[in-house]
Design a protein around this ligand. Structure first.
Ligand code: ZN
Ligand code: ZN
Length: 587
């Protein structure tokens, strides 16, 4: 056991290949391999698969600039600058620009009627509850029912009075001039693994460049007009300015840090990220409330602002790549499997009818070698007009003649046997058939008909191609000496001399048993004739396969050396028997 394990360690198995000499298949193979190579190289260069990559780390700051005159109802014309319209943003990578306003002036702590839309309508004080705050209300109810206007009465509240009454934002937007405001976005990026730092204000950009650059003319300009950003996002600035919204500013860095092809520039793009249709969302747009407090005659007053505006979220993403030998090797390794597609395709092509059926059959016979786990049941067939031995399974339904081979193998000569037979034929003085017919002695003319074997009286069965076989009830015996119609092997002069000739058979038996009786029984001679046929037509057969002698030959051997009781043992495929093919079949 240990010995076999050790032997297993010292072994190497390799794949057996079948080489088909074919110009068509060869050129097709190289064309396919060339195509695969081109695709692999294109992917390698296009996707820079030879590089290792790292994601960007970045920081963003922004500075909005612009000035506008805003007409605020109740206040008049007001000049607004950056401080007024850019409120503190909620996120570090975003900035907000107010574009529309609802202003409620002169609010003081006190009691007043709630807006009907926000509070409870009432007829008398009974309808109101003291100390109650309703979700949408501006203040806490005092319990009194007061007039809101000439028609409606609402519950009185304790709040900053007067309360904000306007619910929908003004149209057009008050700060529509924000369209022309500009913003300078500063974006610093880092690729720590490559120790690479860059900013979107590129090294060659001067102050005068920044003052004059325009995105329309130069896509690298880091100063953007708000109107342009909204337009590039596919939106109308004046529509968006009324209720506000969120615009994403995307900065993409796709950096190549290889020395020769070095390139690391930002790409800007814009899109709207909040819900667009205002009638489909309950709380559309974007707004903030803030107040400015002041004292009037010693009393605190405030001005409440509801600011609608656009928030710009700056999103930075990207990666940098640098040549890496390991990545290149990994990529090449991962692409090798694509070449198997060529093999798959060609194998499929050979199997299909598109290619020559004959080549396909030969190829699959050579390529697939069936090995049985149990040796019993495999038969070996040798046809006189086919140079290869065929291994077939024991037929169950059709006759052995038509059984499909599971594999084929070339026929090997047994040189020892050939030599022994030739020397016997030459030395024995009783060899008359040779001297009578010198032309027959030549192995190059084996199929000249001798007079010894007459054709059978019965009509041959349908599977017989030599017209000398007799019918058999056993499928395993239904085997002719040929595949295609033609002369029977038993009509060859050599058949008479190598298989049937008594002197040769007796010499063979004596060779095996030198001191045995010189006259042999018909059974011994018959079996020796079978063995001679097998050695002649099969050579050394595979150890697990049983050679089957064609029906025509069996019949002739039986006629020459008949059984005294007319009983014959028939085919006995016994795979376990060892040794030369002689002993493996008795018929
Ligand atoms: Zn036949
Ligand atoms: Zn035959």
């Amino acid at each position: 056991m240990r010995c076999s394990c050790l032997r297993g360690l010292c072994q190497y198995e390799t794949t057996k290949l079948v080489r088909i000499q074919s110009v068509r298949l060869g050129s097709l193979k190289w064309a396919l391999n060339g195509t695969i190579l081109v695709v692999i190289c294109m992917l390698l260069l296009w996707n820079r698969r030879y590089q290792e990559f790292e994601l960007v780390v970045s920081s963003v700051t922004s500075k909005v600039k612009g000035m506008s005159e805003v007409f605020v109802p109740g206040i008049g014309l007001v000049s607004w600058d950056t401080v007024d319209y850019s409120l503190p943003s909620q996120d570090k990578n975003s900035f907000f620009v107010a574009t529309n306003l609802i202003v409620t002036r002169g609010q003081r702590q006190g009691r007043c009627a709630e807006v009907p839309a926000r509070g409870r309508s009432c007829r008398s004080d009974k309808d109101c509850e003291k100390g109650v705050w309703e979700k949408q209300s501006h203040g806490v109810q005092t319990g009194a029912c007061v007039k809101f206007d000439v028609l409606k009465k609402t519950c009185e509240i304790s709040a900053w009075c007067p309360v904000e009454t306007q619910t929908s934002p003004p149209r057009p937007a008050l700060v529509a001039a924000a369209e022309n405001f500009t913003v300078l976005i500063k974006n610093n990026i880092r690729f720590p693994a490559f120790n690479y730092i860059r900013r979107n204000i590129l090294p060659w950009m001067s102050e005068s460049y920044l003052r004059s650059c325009e995105r329309k003319l130069d896509p690298l300009c880091p100063i953007f007009r708000l109107g342009d950003m909204v337009r590039e996002a596919g939106e109308n600035f004046h529509e968006l300015a009324v209720e506000g919204g969120v615009i994403a500013v995307q900065i993409k860095w796709d950096c190549n840090l290889d020395p020769l092809t070095s390139r690391c520039l930002p790409q800007y793009s814009f899109r709207r990220v909040d819900q667009k249709e205002s009638n489909k969302t309950l709380s559309p747009g974007l707004n903030y409330r803030f107040a400015r407090y002041h004292l009037v005659n010693g009393l605190e007053e405030r001005t409440l602002y509801k600011a609608f505006g656009i928030r710009f979220d700056v999103m930075v993403f990207g990666q940098a790549g640098r040549f890496s030998f390991i990545q290149l090797v990994l990529y090449i390794g991962s692409t090798l499997s694509y070449y198997a597609l060529t093999t798959l395709f060609l194998d499929w092509l050979i199997d299909t009818r598109c290619y020559s059926a004959e080549v396909g059959q030969r190829y699959s016979e050579r390529k697939v070698e069936a090995v049985q786990d149990t040796p019993i049941g495999v038969l070996c067939v040798s046809f006189v007009d086919v140079p290869l031995l065929r291994l077939v399974k024991r037929p169950q339904k059709k006759c052995l003649q038509n059984a499909k081979p599971v594999s084929v193998q070339s026929r090997k000569e047994d040189p020892g046997h050939l030599q022994a037979v030739v020397s016997l034929l030459q030395c024995d003085p009783e060899i008359h058939p040779l001297s009578n017919k010198p032309s027959d002695s030549s192995p190059s003319a084996p199929l000249t008909p001798p007079p010894a074997v007459p054709p059978p009286a019965l009509a041959p069965p349908p599977w017989c191609k030599c017209s000398r076989c007799t019918p058999s009830s056993l499928l395993v015996e239904a085997l002719c000496c040929r595949v295609a119609p033609g002369p029977c092997i038993s009509t060859s002069g050599l058949f008479e001399r190598l298989v049937l000739w008594r002197t040769l058979l007796e010499s063979c038996l004596q060779y095996e048993d030198p001191l045995g009786a010189p006259s042999r029984s018909a059974r011994e001679l018959r079996h020796c004739a079978y063995a001679q046929y097998i050695l002649w037509r099969f050579g050394p057969t595979p150890s697990h396969a049983t050679p089957i002698i064609p029906r025509c030959c069996v019949q002739i051997i039986r006629e020459r050396y008949p059984s005294h009781d007319g009983h014959y043992s028939g085919v006995r495929p016994i795979g376990a028997q060892q040794g030369r093919g002689v002993n493996k079949s008795s018929q």
